[in-house]
Design a protein around this ligand. Sequence first.
Ligand SMILES: NC(=O)c1ccc[n+]([C@@H]2O[C@H](COP(=O)([O-])OP(=O)(O)OC[C@H]3O[C@@H](n4cnc5c(N)ncnc54)[C@H](O)[C@@H]3O)[C@@H](O)[C@H]2O)c1
Length: 273
Amino acid sequence: MRLRGKVAIITGAGNGIGRATAWLFAQEGARVVVADRDMDAARDCVAAIQAASGVAHAVETDVSQDTSVADLVETTLDLYGAIDILMNNAGVSIGGSVVATEPERWARTLDVNLSSAYRTCRAVIPQMIQQGGGSIINIVSLQGLYGYPHFAAYAASKAGLIGLTRQIAVEYRDQNIRCNAISPGGVIVANKPARTQRLEPQFAHNPSGSPSPTPSADTARRTSPTASRLRQFGRPEDIAYAALFLASDEAAHISGHNLVVDGGESASVSEHA
Ligand SMILES: NC(=O)c1ccc[n+]([C@@H]2O[C@H](COP(=O)([O-])OP(=O)(O)OC[C@H]3O[C@@H](n4cnc5c(N)ncnc54)[C@H](O)[C@@H]3O)[C@@H](O)[C@H]2O)c1
């Protein structure tokens, strides 16, 4: 077991990438705090982990609220007495060009996707210092690295989070705290299409940010079990395995890194032409 004895907080772990990571971390011996504002989803995730003999606890958390994050840290310490791993995963994907993005949606996107990580890290790092170290993983996006039309606030939030990742890596290196990012490409979450505008153009024009209900024919082709898994949408567990590596002691000498997990999409010149 690669995380035996560790305590992990994962935000936004009720669904999607966070949920897959919570399940995998628990399978690898971690005690997992499933932090989500959606308590039905969080409880469902915990039930799935417990059904597989894992240890997890759901904590209602809104990462955009200082008091809620403080409660999350306090509850985790009351439950498990330590925090070894923090994965900042909760996020919202709100579409819109610069001009089309009203100030409220701009502020909300940056608050949930970027300031949330400042908030959780500020609350957790002193505990990690006291314990002699820890691992922080920030879930960013290809959209923090490359321009995709109609995602101004989202791209800015994810690019900012890459900067914060490096900053934490530098500032707390001497305290043995590692901080890394993961940049997923498009990931199919349950029955929702991936949120990469480039691959699902119809999503970019939906100002609510809600995914369209059914995957397109192109999505179905790309996700066919007989097709190569590269150059198509990823699965939540693809990101979870990357997070497992970065959380584990196998990555003890890796910090300040942004690990791209996109099936090779961003490696191709033609994808960016
Ligand atoms: N799915 C993709 O294609 C993709 C691609 C690149 C990056 N990402 C990033 O991965 C992360 C997870 O994405 P996902 O597709 O699994 O999303 P998802 O919508 O399936 O799950 C996100 C979870 O975060 C929770 N959440 C939202 N706002 C919250 C808040 N204020 N406080 C606490 N919890 C909150 C939701 O309730 C939900 O359970 C996000 O940061 C997203 O930007 C996703």
